[in-house]
Design a protein around this ligand. Structure first.
Ligand SMILES: CC(=O)SCCNC(=O)CCNC(=O)[C@H](O)C(C)(C)COP(=O)(O)OP(=O)(O)OC[C@H]1O[C@@H](n2cnc3c(N)ncnc32)[C@H](O)[C@@H]1OP(=O)(O)O
Ligand SMILES: CC(C)C(=O)C(=O)O
Ligand SMILES: [Mg+2]
Length: 552
């Protein structure tokens, strides 16, 4: 790396737009969406999609609700051409969906593109040529007038080819490719020249797609460029301004959002941001960002995992686990304080009477995307008591009292440190059983018991095995628990003092179980916890006390 990059790179100049309006705008309605997955996304794959994958992807896009879909670059080769003409001929395209094809501004390529669309009801033909200084100089070796002429010549072929198929409802799109790195006046001049040929109307506007072909500046610059173009283009009501951002600087989504604030009508991009280099604008993120502001994006992403699976299958590109909204881990909290906040958030959400979403650390309800809550909290050595308690509650229905949560969390922490891995629900339950529920190492094991006496004077008589030997023990108290405590103290010891007791049912009806929790203090001042589970709540409480005695 150069120590002084200023000799190699230049800062992007500011746009002269002192009265810019976009910073105080908000996005209140969805744009026209255009998926370019089957073209810009497809041209960016090591192995471009075959017809089967393209068809599957097309069906997914329709299912998600895309109404404009760029299906390919017909002149690129037979796979593309046959897929597009096949799509048209098989009648697979829903009536409310317009397909779009892309072509360079070269007569033969444009003619091939129109040939692929014979029989279509409606179609968008998308013409492009680069306009920025570097491309003019390096790629075309042309001056401004010559580059403008490429666009005009292409537009004329578009107009003439369209006239040959009068039954198709044609729409035209022109992209001054490299718009964001070109002089704004020149892009405008070229677009207006194209407009003069294609004669758009408010009923059939031309789409001017203004690409950040290579993202070279902060997204506010792009927004300035879009606002400037919208203010200056002639016949604005006959023009749909479209955004096409790439992600070279990591702000493809931000640029599209600011571009919408700057007045754009349409957004092009790919599901999950596939595309050349660092990708296109991720339509899923833009749409769901909108959704979390209470604006319906009119795209159905309620089964996000199905979207991820199909995109992954078709493109052979994995979706990063941290991809916004769609990544495997984006709703998962491992760390203690996050888990605690989320657990409290879910409880508060359930308790309140309105649907307004307010759960810490979760900007969206995972259920809205078809994600289950099970994956929200996962446990490793960074986790705290809240997270562990959540997993036990979700998995087994046990609502551990707070101090027991803290006690158990220490066991979990030690085990996670020891194993150096994530602990799943089964691991945690095994550890819980080993720590609090009856097991082979217990000194005292309950076989049976009965209780008698009057209110305030109860007698507990238990048949237990102590160190494997069956015995009868008994004790008196003002209730069942104190009777058990007395029986233990008189037989095996230890002497326990009950500090806290909790119980609850697990489940409903005939299958319902009960759980009881005791916190006791020994004569030596040690705190021990006991847990009992049984179909009978009284028996659960007896088991809880014996559990504490075994651990004392
Ligand atoms: C930013 C983007 O994503 S643009 C979309 C890019 N996508 C693709 O290119 C995918 C499909 N493309 C292809 O398969 C091929 O490019 C084809 C089949 C269409 C054309 O292939 P070829 O005829 O071999 O030409 P190639 O693509 O190399 O084009 C280079 C020539 O076209 C010219 N050219 C490039 N873009 C354009 C354009 N938009 N309009 C007119 N001419 C153009 C170049 O200046 C160059 O001209 P030269 O040969 O006189 O130097
Ligand atoms: C063809 C154009 C629209 C393009 O994909 C780009 O400039 O990124
Ligand atoms: Mg592109």
């Amino acid at each position: 790396m150069l120590r002084d990059p200023s000799t190699k790179y230049r800062p992007f100049p500011q746009i002269d737009l002192p009265d810019r309006q976009w910073p105080s705008k908000t996005i209140v309605k969805p744009p026209r969406w255009l998926s370019t997955d089957l073209r810009d996304g497809n041209q960016a794959l090591i192995d471009p999609m075959d017809a089967e994958k393209k068809t599957r992807f097309f069906d997914l896009l329709c299912k998600v609700g895309l109404k404009e879909i760029e299906v390919g670059f017909p002149s690129a080769g037979a796979t593309e051409f046959d897929f597009i003409s096949g799509l048209v001929k098989t009648g697979r395209i829903p009536d409310d969906v317009s397909i779009q094809v892309l072509t360079q501004s070269r007569r033969d390529l444009i003619e091939t593109s129109f040939a692929s669309l014979v029989g279509a009801k409606t179609a968008i033909v998308h013409l492009y040529n680069a306009v920025s200084p570097a491309w003019r100089k390096i790629v075309f070796g042309m001056d401004r007038a010559q580059v403008k002429q490429i666009a005009i010549d292409g537009a004329k072929v578009l107009r003439d080819e369209a006239a040959k198929q009068p039954n198709v409802r044609w729409q035209f799109e022109y992209s001054p490719e490299t718009f964001s790195t070109a002089e704004l006046e020149f892009s405008l001049e070229v677009c207006e020249a194209v407009m003069d040929v294609l004669m758009p109307t408010p009923e059939n506007p031309i789409i001017f797609n203004l690409p950040a072909t290579v993202e070279c500046a902060t997204p506010n610059i792009y927004a300035d460029q879009i606002e400037w173009f919208g203010r200056n283009i002639r016949n604005r009501d006959s023009v749909a301004i479209s955004l096409h951002t790439h992600n070279d600087r990591g702000t493809g989504v931000a640029a599209a959002e600011l571009g919408m604030m700057a007045g754009a009508d349409r957004v092009e991009g790919c599901l999950l941001g596939n595309g050349e280099r660092t990708g296109n604008c991720d339509l899923v993120t833009v749409a769901l960002n909108m959704y979390t502001q209470g604006v319906d994006p009119k795209l159905d992403l309620s089964d996000i995992d199905a979207v991820v699976n199909t995109v992954n299958y078709c493109t052979n590109i994995p979706v990063h686990p941290r991809t916004p909204y769609a990544g495997d881990l984006v709703f998962t909290a491992f760390s203690g304080s996050h888990q605690d906040a989320i657990k409290k958030g879910f409880a508060a959400q359930e308790a309140k009477n309105d649907t307004l979403w307010e759960v810490p650390y979760l900007p969206i309800d995972p259920a809205d995307l078809g994600r289950s809550y099970e994956a929200v909290i996962r446990v490793n050595s960074q986790s705290g008591k809240g997270g562990v308690a959540w997993v036990i509650e979700q998995d087994k229905g046990l609502k551990l009292p707070k101090r027991l949560q803290a006690d158990f969390s220490r066991h979990v922490q030690a085990y996670a440190d020891e194993t150096s891995r994530e602990l799943n629900a089964a691991d945690i339950w095994q550890l819980f059983e080993r720590t609090y529920l009856p097991h082979a190492d217990d000194r005292v094991e309950l076989r049976d018991y009965e209780e008698s006496g009057t209110a305030g004077q109860r007698v507990f008589i238990g048949r237990v095995a102590i160190d494997g030997e069956e015995r009868s023990i008994s004790g008196r108290g003002n209730g069942l628990i104190s009777g058990v405590i007395a029986a233990i103290a008189e037989s095996t010891g230890p002497t326990l003092d009950v500090v806290d007791y909790n119980e609850h049912a697990i489940g409903h009806g005939a299958d319902a179980q009960a759980a009881a929790y005791v916190e006791c203090r020994t004569a030596a001042g040690k705190t021990v916890f006991g847990v009992g589970m049984d179909t009978d709540i009284a028996t659960a409480s007896v088991r809880a006390v014996l559990s504490a005695a075994n651990r004392a």
